[in-house]
Design a binder for this molecule. Sequence first.
Ligand SMILES: [Zn+2]
Length: 123
Amino acid sequence: MYKPGGMVVSRISEEGEQVVVEAVAAASTGICPACGQESARVHSRYARALADLPACGRPVRVCLAVRRFRCANSACERRTFAEQVPGVTRTTGTCCSDWRQRWRPSAWRWAARRGRAWSGASA
Ligand SMILES: [Zn+2]
């Protein structure tokens, strides 16, 4: 599978004209931003829409499945924290320019090709 830094694309699907790329973080653990403790204890998961950009004339939406970890440090006042994928997610905001740059243009072309192939249309 295609791995833009720190992520693994898990699924490509279509919703009408739109290509939906679902990705998960490649790392198995998260680092607590408050105390720096590494944790593998997943508290919960949620989906985060990262980008909504056109690729080869088709709109592409990227959804990253983000895990929330429990901090393993009992002395830490931050009990849970959302994982961060370097260059992709930040503690604030839902999208950043690094992500867009990293995905352009090869990933968008790839996603659009996959979307086309799956819809049965010939290129
Ligand atoms: Zn902590």
